[in-house]
Design a protein around this ligand. Structure first.
Ligand SMILES: C[S@@+](CC[C@H](N)C(=O)[O-])C[C@H]1O[C@@H](n2cnc3c(N)ncnc32)[C@H](O)[C@@H]1O
Ligand code: SF4
Length: 448
């Protein structure tokens, strides 16, 4: 049977109303509690497996889910899940019911794109030890002219795309097209997010535009000058710190709603510095601080003792959030840490590999040379691989044309960034539950 045929048959065409449980549907309270504990610890486990594990029927499980949706206490419990972003993503996908069903049915959704990840620069003047590109650039490829980037943004906006992440690849602020790209995205009403190393944020041409972006995230894997030089390979700590403070001051002056924050790439060598990095982000007055685990080549390098120590540090950070010790700083801890600190909690065996190609409908990567790839990593100079190229785009060729191709992307976890992994796990969980007979809107996750 083709991969999605089974799913297709079980889904039917119409949206079903969530089941209202009757008294006879209810499992013993103790059992219900154990099921909820299991969902909190491993929200990726398919419902069919939960029924088997806890000896409950499908209707009893649906009743547990229905009660969970209505209970603020249960939702608060889910919010403390080590896979919190997975629960949020499942909720987002179930709320976007029609589109998610189209994606799961392997049909081109009416709104084919959500986020355009536009890599506009072929340069970087920093040398982060952890960088995916690892001393490589795009070689002698022809880099698109500003007008070609603008045509791509127009097509994306015309097709009802919502978000544009201006990122890399390499360092976006070093692109000669950066001001025009920001201006076009803003003019077209996109939510424009910038991912940058922050050492060129003082460019006078972009000052007003920066205040009109939705989010600016500065990669800042350091808490002082020495740690900056060690991780970023250059002595730019003072410059970036000055730029970050300048951005915060300008936001204050102008009343701009732009969210400004930093990200910190955690490696086995520096995880003990997390508390210092949190304190530094707080001192800079940042709004958010994203803790992400190094991916691609070092995530498995922790010893069992280091895993336990990392777990304790992250718990302390979470506790600091709850108690208000970090002030207004919003800290996000990527779900990938959950599998490092507890290798038993591994969602990858549950992933439906056929869904990898569907990720393009959520996040599509275009390189500075206009190559369209279905995953961010495949657009990095070190990983660019024509076998996975789905097309090219410039002022003559559209994104829509590129999207007509599918590639047999091998399922290699290191090809997936944290957000790709979360999306794929969420889609896999929903597909498995649909096949079992649990509709999207019967999911237990609803944020409080
Ligand atoms: C590839 S960079 C491109 C934009 C810009 N040059 C920058 O560094 O922000 C985007 C993000 O990827 C992160 N990153 C790079 N290599 C990584 C790795 N091996 N694992 C996890 N994150 C990584 C960087 O910290 C940065 O936040
Ligand atoms: S992470 Fe960004 S700033 Fe650092 S080397 Fe890579 S591209 Fe350059």
């Amino acid at each position: 049977m083709p991969p999605n045929e089974n799913l297709e048959m079980s889904m039917g065409s119409e949206r079903t109303a969530p089941v209202v449980p009757t008294a006879s549907d209810r499992a013993e309270p103790g059992v219900a509690q154990r099921v909820l504990d299991a969902i909190t610890a491993r929200p990726f486990v398919p419902s069919a497996e939960l029924c088997e594990q806890f000896g409950v029927s499908k209707d009893q499980l649906k009743a547990i889910y229905a009660d969970a949706r209505l209970s603020a206490t249960t939702q608060a419990k889910f919010a403390r899940s080590p896979f919190f972003y997975l629960t949020k993503t499942i909720h987002r996908l179930t709320s976007d019911h029609a589109r998610t069903m189209q994606v799961l049915r392997d049909r081109r959704p009416q709104n084919p794109f959500e986020t355009l990840e536009l890599f506009i620069s072929a340069d970087c003047n920093v040398n982060c030890t952890f960088c995916y590109r690892r001393d490589r650039d795009y070689g002698d490829q022809r880099i698109l002219a500003a007008s070609e980037f603008l045509a791509i943004i127009d097509e994306f906006a015309d097709s009802k795309g919502k978000n544009m992440d201006v990122s890399g690849g390499l360092e976006p602020l070093l692109s000669p097209a950066v001001a025009e790209v920001f201006a076009k995205g803003i003019e077209r009403g996109l939510r424009v997010n910038l991912y940058t190393i922050g050492n060129a944020l003082h460019n006078p041409k972009i000052q007003d535009l920066l205040m009109q972006l939705s989010q600016i995230r500065i990669s800042f894997t350091a808490h002082d000058r020495d740690s900056y030089i060690k991780m970023m390979g250059v002595d730019h700590f003072d410059r970036v710190t000055k730029n970050a403070r300048m951005l915060m001051a300008r936001k204050q002056e102008t009343g701009s709603p732009v969210g400004i924050g930093t990200s910190y790439v955690v490696t086995p060598e520096i995880f003990r510095d997390i508390p210092k990095a949190v304190a530094f982000a707080q001192e800079l007055g940042m709004h958010f601080f994203d803790l992400r685990s190094v991916s691609v080549w070092a995530a498995d390098d922790y010893s069992p003792e280091q895993r336990a120590e990392l777990g304790a540090i992250l718990d302390e950070v979470r506790e600091g959030q709850r108690s208000g010790a970090h002030g207004d700083l919003k800290i996000s801890i990527a779900d990938t840490f959950a599998s490092i600190t507890n290798p038993e909690a591994n969602p990858l065996p549950y992933v439906n590999h056929d869904l990898v190609n569907m990720l393009v409908h959520y996040r599509l990567t275009v390189t500075p040379a206009g190559k369209v790839f279905p995953l961010n990593i495949l657009g990095q100079p070190t990983r660019e691989d024509e076998r996975f190229l789905i097309g090219r785009v410039d002022s003559q060729h559209s994104i829509a044309e590129a999207m007509t191709t599918k590639k047999p992307i091998p399922f290699e976890p290191e090809l997936l960034l944290a957000h790709d992994k979360t999306l794929l796990i969420a889609l896999s969980k929903l597909a498995a539950d649909l096949e079992f007979g649990i509709a999207l809107d019967e999911s237990p996750f609803v944020p409080v």
